[in-house]
Every structure is written in C-alpha cells, then in structure tokens.
Design a binder for this molecule. Structure first.
Ligand code: SAH
Length: 256
C-alpha cells in the first residue's frame, strides 16, 4: 500500500468535538443558548487567575439538569467573570436509579467513598448513622464540592445529591417497598449475583464496627429489604460500598 494511502488510512478521525481539552465548570444556574452567566469568588479566581483565561476564551458549562454547553468568556475580572452560552454540546446524561445509604466512616475515607460512588454513577448518597458509627456528622459542603469536582473532571453532566445524615431508626420507616433495599450483611446474606434484580434500589452499608444484631434484624424486617453477601472476606466499609455499587452496575445497572 502506498505510504500516503497508508498514512491517510491511519490518520485518526477528526478529534471529537468539543475538544477534550476545554475546561468544564459546574454552574448552579439554568443554562440555555444565549444566556449570560456570571461566576464570582472561587470560580472567577480559578478562571481568571489560575487558568489565566480572558475574553474570547471558551469553556464548557453544565448545570446538572440541562446537559453541557459551550460558553465564551465575555469579561474576565479577578472577582467576577461573565460568560455567554453559545450552544449545547452534550445532552443531560441518565444515571440508574441507585441510592447508596452508608454509615459515615472517618474523614478521608468518607471523602474517597463519596468521590468513587459518584464516579460509578450513584444517583444519590444517603448518610445513615448507626449505633456503632464513629462519625455522626458530615461536612456536606465538602462532600458537595467532591461531587462537583468529580463531575467536572470525569466529563459528567449529572450530579449526585447528598442528604444530611439521618439515624437508622429514622431511615427505615421511610422505606415503602417501592425500591429494593440491598443490605450488605457481613454476617451473611444472599450472594449479590443472585440477589440483585433490575429496578430502583438502595444499597445499605454499615460502619467500621458493623451493624448490631438488633439493627440487622430491624433492617431485614424493612419492606423490600434483602440481606446480601459481598463474598467470604470481610471488607472495609468503604470497600464494601464501592464493591456493591460496582457489582450492581455490572449486573442490573447500565454497564451492560
Ligand atoms: N467490624 C465487622 C465488619 C464491619 S465491615 C466485623 O469485623 O465483622 C463494614 C460494613 O461493610 C458491614 O457492616 C457491611 O455492611 C459491609 N461488609 C463488609 N464485608 C462484607 C461482606 N463480606 N458481605 C456483606 N457486607 C460486607
């Protein structure tokens, strides 16, 4: 084959548009073509001073509901940047209807758990305080910024929500059987592979010290509750949470 032809056929297709290199920024205002968006404080500082962007520079914006949009900087000040939204670049993604209910574990580990759950496509995070929880409050601001950062860096258009922590005894009565509750029970349950069925679900994982026997029986009695085993080895709480989410995504989520 002629060298030129060989090169031509080897040429990669024109790079996907928009270029992957464009910055992505979450803005908490509804986006549409022609809309002017103003960002201030940290986001303005990031664009102007850190990324040294100015008028005419382009970036991608998403608002968590209407997909992703190409925007152009109209004016870049140190404390305030105005952008005009040009056109839609990607539709709003759909994520499976999966909630991860987790007993908050120690700082650092819980940050890791939240970030990985978001990457894996969890729709919502529900911190549940149990008797053996070492941690009973959560810095929701910090958690929300992890969620936004993960979405900005991983090309996501949807944002997982995170609720304020609730006690297990307040969480269980909210269950009405409309969604399955997969209770990760380290003392034994149905193998996840056969327990997981498609449909809206919540996965519940305990704290470092596990659930008390009273808690375990209260959970098993809840409507739609199924105790699942995550294999013969005891996993750390955050490992169990991510392993269960990944297995669910692979078996009945949107990895198929
Ligand atoms: N301290 C306890 C284990 C707690 S592990 C002990 O040593 O027995 C923390 C949480 O992770 C558990 O409450 C459970 O929800 C989950 N988990 C860990 N390993 C699991 C397994 N093999 N099967 C199901 N759930 C598991």
């Amino acid at each position: 084959m002629e060298r030129a032809t060989r090169y031509a056929s080897a040429m990669i297709a024109t790079p996907a548009w928009p270029p992957r290199s464009l910055q992505r920024l979450f803005v908490d205002t509804p986006l549409a073509a022609g809309v002017t968006v103003t960002v201030e404080a940290g986001q303005a500082h990031y664009l102007s001073n850190v990324m040294r962007m100015g008028a005419g520079d382009q970036l991608l914006l998403f608002d968590g509901v209407s997909g992703e949009w190409l925007a152009e900087i109209a004016e870049a000040g140190k404390k305030r940047v105005t952008l005009s939204v040009r056109e839609a670049t990607r539709p709003q993604e759909r994520v499976p209807d999966l909630t991860l209910a987790f007993a908050p574990v120690k700082k650092g580990r819980v940050d890791w758990l939240v970030e990985k759950a978001v990457e894996l496509g969890v729709a919502r995070l529900m911190p549940v305080v149990t008797q053996r929880s070492i941690v009973d409050k959560l810095n929701l601001e910090r958690m929300r910024s992890h969620i936004v950062e993960a979405a900005e860096q991983c090309g996501r258009t949807s944002l997982a929500s995170i609720a304020a922590p609730v006690k297990l005894e307040a969480f269980l009565p909210t269950l009405d059987g409309g969604r399955r509750l997969y209770f990760a029970d380290e003392t034994g349950g149905e193998p996840a592979a056969s327990a997981f069925k498609s449909g809206p679900a919540t996965i519940l994982v305990g704290p470092e010290g596990g659930f008390t026997p009273e808690e375990a029986s209260a959970i098993r009695a809840a409507p739609g509750a199924i105790a699942i085993s995550l294999g013969p080895r005891i996993l750390r709480a955050e490992t169990a949470a991510l392993a269960a989410v990944a297995a669910w995504m692979a078996m009945v989520g949107d990895w198929r």
